[in-house]
Design a protein around this ligand. Structure first.
Ligand code: 13P
Length: 249
């Protein structure tokens, strides 16, 4: 099955109104050169700004997290319905920074993916191993454990409405990138795990790579058969770099 490519920017906790506007305007101006679908996942306070700038363009927007709760007394949380209200398409769930700094377990991540889908958002579900886990030769076990929790929660039917992102923790923001072969091996294993549930869903699943993807390595990574795009951190803050990655897809 031919899968389309997606390049999503994760701005993380960066931005202010004027700088965001310049970045969004530059992305809009350059979108015609993109060979992939484009999206930006911005901090919550700037979702309205992203919507105002991007509505009617080919660029989608989304959040970097979502509550697992539908509504209620959860101070500080933002639920999926609110994100839908801002016309988000995507919500990143289970980013390694959420898992490690905010104690999000596999089960919490799976519940967030479920909440996103129930509101009509597309969760970008992040999985990935730490350096110690890779060096301990348990990468496959870690990815399988993370995926199994998601499958237990949303099943193949939910994965049909999701995007998965493989983000090796040791490659995030470090300038170290997984080699195309290393990334391809994990992407293929993710697709194989999903195929055990449903071969058609597996064949259609977009699996993005994230971790120091830059203009100079994007093409080689995205040329791998199971790498369907990128989840971009640092390079998403520089319009020319993000556009170059989108053009390399
Ligand atoms: P970098 O591209 O800065 O390594 O970040 C990757 C990432 O965490 C995207 O979610």
């Amino acid at each position: 099955m031919a899968r389309t490519k997606l390049v999503a920017g994760n701005w993380k906790m960066h931005g202010e109104t004027a700088g965001n506007q310049a970045l969004l305007d530059a992305l809009k101006a350059g979108a015609a050169t993109a060979k992939a679908a484009m999206a930006v996942c911005v901090p919550f306070p700037y979702l309205g700004q992203a919507r105002a700038a991007l509505a009617g363009t080919s660029i989608a927007w989304g959040s970097q997290d979502v509550s697992r709760h539908a509504q209620g007394a959860y101070t500080g949380e933002v639920c999926a319905a609110m994100l839908k209200d801002f016309e988000c398409r995507y919500a990143i769930v289970g980013h390694s920074e959420r898992r490690s700094y905010h104690g999000e377990t596999d089960e919490v991540v799976a519940a967030k993916a479920d909440a996103a889908i129930k509101s009509g958002l597309v969760p970008i579900i992040c999985v990935g191993e730490t350096l110690a886990e890779r060096e301990g030769n348990i990468t496959a076990a870690v990815i399988t454990r993370q995926l199994d929790a998601v499958i237990a929660s949303i099943g193949a039917a939910g994965l049909a409405k999701s995007v998965v992102a493989y983000e090796p923790v040791w490659a995030i923001g470090t300038g170290k990138t997984a080699s195309p072969e290393q990334a391809q091996e994990v992407h293929a294993s993710i697709r194989a795990r999903v195929a055990k549930e449903d071969a058609n869903v597996a064949a259609g699943l977009q699996i993005l790579y994230g971790g120091s993807m830059k203009p100079n390595n994007a093409k080689e990574l995205m040329a791998q058969p199971d790498i369907d795009g990128g989840l971009i951190g640092g390079a998403a803050l520089v319009a020319a770099d993000f556009l170059a990655i989108c053009a390399a897809a």
